[in-house]
Design a protein around this ligand. Structure first.
Ligand code: MRU
Length: 365
């Protein structure tokens, strides 16, 4: 998608054919800085420190982390070490495990001398496939937006609400929750997006707003507590959020606060959709509340807020009293019963095991 009118992907290989480049998302929206990853450890730290974030981009970065590890040592042991190191970076988004397992399965049967080229090729394919998946999610989501637009008085935009950043910055291109919005814009449908700020790290205020601004999509950033009020007053036509891990029974784990929006949507009969690429389905578990590992992060993200000072420099300021305890759960689980539908690359599924299995019989098995 666009930054200053120029199309970009979130991750790419430099001219030397080895170094991996990506945007340092901790600097956005105030600085567009490019990070260079030259080793497996660079890739692992980029994920841990959230230079890259968002389930599909975490998976893609880990895939390139394997490539970078193999440049130094292409043995079986090095492959296993890199897999283990990268898997430890963040616990919740299942795309990480998926991408690492894909890479290892692809490389294991090959001679070490062939592995580097094969690894870069497989990582590139993971990225290209992600773009195709997001585009297809965009098509299926566009159909939903079109139906709502047809019921609105003429001239009134479709009002969507989204949480966190499930946009192109969280994927390779297009995004998951944003792909239907970008396709609606291309189709000439008027849309407006309510963007939850998404404390504590403000992925909505910083990243989703950045994307929508550069894409020319009308939007308004709101504090996290506002969505329920808007829904009570008929100001939200539908919610679309992303997901970090969806169980085979359709329970959706996503950024903390998603569950509260789903409750408000349910109470106000606002459709609540989840944009779900198939690598984000965890077919090994059913019960989202009990079985999804929920990341807990440092309290500093809650007690301090980061932003740009009037002088232009990026600063952090403390909002809590010295010594006050804080807690920082990064994700929550929305039970399948609160989800209107799962927008996948193969169509919209009912959020249930039967719904997902009917669209993905090959993967469910
Ligand atoms: O902590 P983050 O920024 O990695 O969390 C990201 C989210 O929760 C996104 O909504 C999710 O990964 C979907 S990305 C298409």
């Amino acid at each position: 998608m666009l930054i200053d009118g120029q199309p970009h992907r979130t991750i790419w290989v430099a001219e030397d054919g080895r170094t991996v480049r990506t945007f340092d998302q901790t600097r956005l929206p105030h600085e567009i800085a490019i990070a260079e990853l030259r080793s497996c450890e660079d890739a692992a730290l980029a994920i841990e420190r959230m230079l890259v974030r968002g389930a599909p981009l975490i998976g893609a970065t880990a895939a390139y982390g394997i490539c970078l590890a193999l440049l130094e040592d292409a043995s079986d042991q090095a492959l296993d070490r890199a897999h283990a190191r990268l898997l430890r970076t963040r616990p919740t988004a299942v795309n990480l495990r998926w991408a690492l397992d894909e890479m290892r399965a692809h490389l294991r049967g090959r001679l070490p001398a062939e592995r580097v080229a094969a690894a870069y090729e497989r990582a590139r394919r993971i990225c290209d496939d992600d773009i195709a998946i997001c585009r297809a999610i965009g098509e299926h989501g566009l159909a939903l937006i079109r139906q709502i637009a047809a019921r609105k008085p003429s001239g009134q935009p479709v009002n969507l609400l989204t949480h966190c950043n499930a946009g192109w910055l969280a994927t390779i291109d297009w995004g998951t929750a944003t792909a239907p919005i970008y396709r609606a814009q291309q189709a000439g449908i008027a849309v407006h997006v309510w963007v939850d700020e998404t404390r504590p790290r403000n992925q909505g205020a910083a990243l989703t707003a950045f994307e929508l601004l550069h894409q020319g999509i009308p939007h308004t950033v709101i504090a996290d507590n506002v969505g329920g009020h808007l829904m009570q007053h008929g100001m939200v036509d539908l919610c679309i959020v992303g997901t970090d891990r969806t169980t085979r029974s359709g329970d959706v784990c996503n950024k903390i606060g998603t569950y509260l929006k789903a409750l408000a949507a349910h109470d106000n009969a606002v459709p609540f959709y989840v944009a779900l690429p198939s690598p984000t389905i965890d077919w090994t578990i059913r019960d989202g509340l009990q079985e999804v590992p929920i990341e807990q992060r440092g309290g500093g993200e809650v007690s301090r807020v980061r932003g740009r000072a009037p002088g232009g420099e990026l600063v952090e300021v403390q909002v809590t009293p010295d010594g006050t305890p804080v807690a920082n759960w990064a994700f929550d689980v929305t039970p399948a019963r609160l989800v209107t539908g799962l927008i996948t690359e193969r169509g919209v599924a009912v959020a249930s095991e039967a719904g997902l299995t009917s669209l993905f019989p090959d993967l469910a098995a």
